[in-house]
Design a protein around this ligand. Structure first.
Ligand code: SF4
Length: 206
């Protein structure tokens, strides 16, 4: 609130609007963070803490009925996806327009693996890695798998791939995770619609 009153940029969020003295105040944009490590997406530590500290209130947090019995999880890896589908608010162009983010920001491999390790401590269900990790480049992918091998993962991983992957990628996956899966998501069966929305011919989620 002090940032809104002073009309200064907020430390973490690029833009804010508030009503002070019956006026709308729009803060200037702060440069978006270079990576996503500052904020947990989603915050499973908070969820697990809530189970013990706020048992009644936290029941409204759960994404699905019976989540505690089968806590399926997902981790967001990127904001400002490179694919630029015209329908998507999470694309690079949408983020550039709304938040001034000119290139994708990734959760770093260290943070991603740290969060996977935390999930492993309370769940054995598959972990969905949202966003193709190859958007971070080959060094990102290398570091991710090398860190993953170090924690001796027990959960299945679900990857999202935006374009075809070769033997090299899949052999890294096999070396680093006990199991993995690919899920193909077609926004539409109609190729023309996919072309019109600039979607990939077949978006794959593994
Ligand atoms: S691939 Fe998915 S996240 Fe990326 S721009 Fe398209 S719909 Fe959005």
């Amino acid at each position: 609130m002090s940032c809104v009153r002073a009309r200064s940029a907020l430390p973490t969020f690029p833009i804010s609007a508030g009503s002070v003295a019956k006026k709308i105040v729009v803060n200037p944009m702060a440069p978006p963070p270079a990576d996503l490590d500052e904020v947990d997406l989603p915050d499973y530590r908070y969820a697990i803490r809530s189970v013990f500290s706020l048992p009644l209130i936290c029941s409204t947090w759960f994404p699905t009925n019976g989540w505690l019995e089968y806590p399926s999880t997902a981790l967001v890896t990127v904001r400002g996806c490179t694919q630029g589908c015209s329908l998507c608010g999470g694309s690079r162009s949408a983020y550039e327009l709304n938040c001034g983010r000119r290139r994708p920001s990734m959760r770093t491999p260290a943070k991603l693996v740290e969060d996977i390790q935390f999930i492993q401590s309370f769940s054995r269900t598959p972990i969905f890695i949202i966003g193709d990790i190859r958007q971070g480049g080959s060094e990102y992918v290398e570091e991710f798998f090398s860190r993953l091998r170090a924690i001796k993962l027990k959960n299945e991983l679900v990857f999202e791939l935006f374009w075809s992957a070769g033997d090299e990628f899949f052999s890294e996956v096999r070396r680093s995770a006990p199991a993995f899966s690919l899920e193909i998501t077609l926004e539409s069966a109609d190729e023309q619609i996919r072309r019109d929305t600039a979607s990939s011919p077949a978006r794959m989620r593994t």
